[in-house]
Design a protein around this ligand. Structure first.
Ligand code: SF4
Length: 450
């Protein structure tokens, strides 16, 4: 059971020295109890108290890392059941399954496709996270050949899927220190798989489909044998049962602090569905609730694109709008005579406007004002995109040094600030009212701007 704030407080020095960043030891204790701060923030805790408090300050769900370097994926450490309660912190890894029974050429091609695929959205590059290589043949040599073909075409993290510990051992030996996820320990092979996970210091998936009690029992054995990074596979595959079981696991981990389920879950949506469309929908369900690693059956951009954007939406902190850096952006090769437009720094607004300016083919300047990440009308209503703010950013970013004319085009939605902005800018500045909708920008730049 987690300790209460009062129980934690009793173990603190009670000097209220504030070095932890909190005004009192009790305030610090309350944050530790809520798992919002690490114990290490207090430099004066005794070793004895540290030991007692370690369990209380551990996040309810363990962070599991697969892969190494820039491509590694970290999953877990979630603290809420619902995104709107705070935020989900580590997006699930989207992986593509390759079987060692596929022709080598096909394996190479798929691995290269997984490696190279990305979607650009609101200035971010959304990518797949790796390959799950299955030992469908049951043979060591075939698996190693397939592994070599995958490795030659991608550095992305790997899930090694093999039932036979001998096959797993051979693959791990070939991989070196690439930190793959071992899939999976079962009640038949868990002790051998545990030894491999310990020897190669890799995370280990635990598969048990006979029920949650049995899964917890197997996880306990694996934990007691010394494996720290675990991934759960409760064996449920369809829409209803996976939603039910995965929600139970997450609830038990977060609400009841049931440590044996405090790990990410791996899912295989293609195994519980009959078509690629159903697989996509189920994968979407797993992104929302509560997949940690989601293994898709095929590389199919039409399926992957919506899943990547859904994942971005679900795992974006709802309290922080996606923002652009305020400043002056160039489109084409603008000259001092080129038009100057302005908009807010809400990413979706920026990319709508930027896309249309690019489409117009008219070299332009775009002043992106600091609207605290709000869209045009919302920012105007909140006072974050008014005449004063725009004029301030015109000066801050030295706009007058870049253009020879003194004209600025404001979004049609805030035409009302035209006069006020001319006053704020002073001198010979002229404010032009541009289109209300971004899609009208190309016509405006070609036919109206002079
Ligand atoms: Fe108390 Fe430690 Fe914080 Fe000082 S640093 S106020 S002793 S909890």
């Amino acid at each position: 059971m987690p300790l209460s704030a009062l129980e934690i407080y009793k173990l603190l020095p009670k000097t209220n020295c504030k070095e932890c960043g909190f005004p009192t030891c009790l305030a610090f204790a309350m944050r530790v109890a809520a798992k919002q701060v690490e114990l290490d923030a207090c430099p004066y805790i005794s070793e004895e108290a540290k030991e007692k408090l370690a369990a209380a300050s551990r996040p309810p769900m363990r962070l599991v890392t697969v892969g190494v370097g820039d491509n590694k994926i970290e999953v877990g450490n979630e603290t809420v059941l619902f995104r709107h309660d705070r935020t989900f912190v580590h997006e699930p890894g989207l992986m593509i399954r390759i079987k060692d029974t596929q022709p080598i050429k096909e394996i190479e091609e798929t691995a290269a496709q997984v490696d190279g695929y990305y979607v650009e959205r609101v200035g971010m590059k959304l990518c797949l996270n790796g390959v799950a290589l299955e030992n469908a043949s049951g043979e060591v040599e075939t698996y190693l050949k397939a592994l070599k073909a995958v490795q030659a075409n991608t550095d992305l993290p790997l899930i090694l899927m093999a039932k036979d510990p001998k096959v797993m051992a051979a693959a791990l030996e070939n991989l070196g220190d690439e930190n793959p996820l071992i899939y999976a320990a079962t009640k038949d092979n868990w002790s051998e798989m545990v030894e491999l996970a310990k020897e190669y210091k890799c995370p280990l998936a635990v598969y048990e489909a006979d029920g949650l009690d049995e899964l917890a029992g197997l996880v306990q054995q694996v934990e007691e044998a010394g494996v720290e990074e675990i991934v759960l596979d409760p064996g449920t595959r369809g829409f209803n049962d996976s939603l039910n079981v995965m929600t139970q696991i997450r609830r038990l981990a977060l609400k009841r602090n049931f440590r044996l389920f405090g790990y990410p879950i791996i899912t295989f949506p293609g195994e519980g569905t009959n078509s690629i469309e159903e697989e996509t929908i189920l994968a979407g369900q797993h992104i929302a609730k509560y997949g940690g690693f989601i293994v898709l059956e095929h590389f199919n951009p039409a399926q992957i694109y919506p899943l990547l954007t859904l994942r971005l939406n679900i795992f974006t902190d709802p309290r922080v709008p996606i923002q652009m850096e305020p400043g002056v952006y160039e489109f084409g090769e603008p000259t001092p005579e080129s038009p100057l437009l302005t908009t807010t720094n809400f990413s979706l607004t920026y990319f709508s406007v930027a896309g249309e300016i690019e489409a117009s083919g008219v070299p332009s300047w775009l002043l992106v004002c600091d609207s605290e990440g709000m869209s045009v009308l919302t920012a105007w209503a909140a006072g974050n995109f008014d005449a004063e703010r725009i004029a301030k950013d015109v000066k801050r970013f030295g706009v007058a040094d870049k253009i020879s004319h003194r004209k600025i085009i404001i979004p049609g939605l805030v035409a009302v600030i035209m006069g006020e902005l001319e006053e704020e800018l002073g001198g010979d500045w002229k404010v032009l009212v541009g289109p209300k909708e971004a899609m009208e920008i190309p016509r405006y730049l070609k036919e109206v701007w002079e």
